[in-house]
Ligand binder design. Structure first.
Ligand code: PRP
Length: 187
């Protein structure tokens, strides 16, 4: 974990998605998911820690009975801004998803390596269905093709923080998604 930033907002070069745009998109995704899963038994599975704000807002935008579960994974090695592809489960599902309609909730898909691992892992738990909802998609950096069912925003290849996304574990509490100043992570 790096030195704490002294001014969160000052380290952001540009606001990519402000609070209002995020709120509107989450409501839209909630409506789509509510319509698609009407009458079914939905379980939202989110992946800590980045997806925490998105999960909290999305679950309240879905007006169906649902259950939630939380996983935490970490990738081995690699720099702070990269994913290595080797994934370790720190916290597993708390309850079985056997026979349930599972929707994996992510904050961002970058290389796709984390999700690729998680999809294989969760398919092995025998859910009735398994779909993916991500707030952000950064296709420029994709290394494995992943079928993503619900995408909030497709973003350019810039290092973003806020609304759950971190650099050195900080900036997650920003209400918006912003582009981190390069000098913050290159020094
Ligand atoms: C982020 C994000 C995804 C993953 C995406 O998590 O939440 O899980 O990286 O990257 P990928 O598509 O290249 O695999 P991170 O490992 O930074 O952990 P965090 O959620 O605790 O910030």
């Amino acid at each position: 974990m790096g030195r704490p930033p002294t001014n969160l907002h000052a380290d952001v070069a540009e606001v990519l998605l402000d609070e209002e745009r995020i709120r509107a998109k989450v409501l839209e995704l909630g409506e789509r998911i509510s319509a698609d899963y009407a009458g079914r038994e939905l379980t939202l599975v989110s992946v800590l820690k980045g997806s925490l704000p998105f999960m909290a807002d999305l679950m309240r935008a879905i007006h169906l009975p649902l259950t939630i579960d939380l996983m935490e994974v970490s990738s081995y090695g690699g720099a702070a801004t990269e994913t290595s592809g080797l994934v370790r489960i720190i916290k597993d599902l708390s309850a079985s998803i056997d026979g349930r309609d599972a929707l994996l909730v992510e904050d961002i898909i970058d290389t796709g390596l984390t999700l690729n691992y998680l999809l294989r892992y969760l398919r092995g738990k025998n859910p009735a269905s398994l779909r993916i909802c991500t707030l952000l998609d950064k296709p420029a950096r994709r290394l494995v093709e992943i079928p993503v069912d619900y995408v909030g925003f497709t973003i350019p290849d810039q290092f973003v923080v806020g609304y759950g996304l971190d650099y050195g574990e900080h900036y997650r509490n920003l209400r918006y998604v912003g582009v981190l100043r390069p000098e913050v992570y290159s020094t």
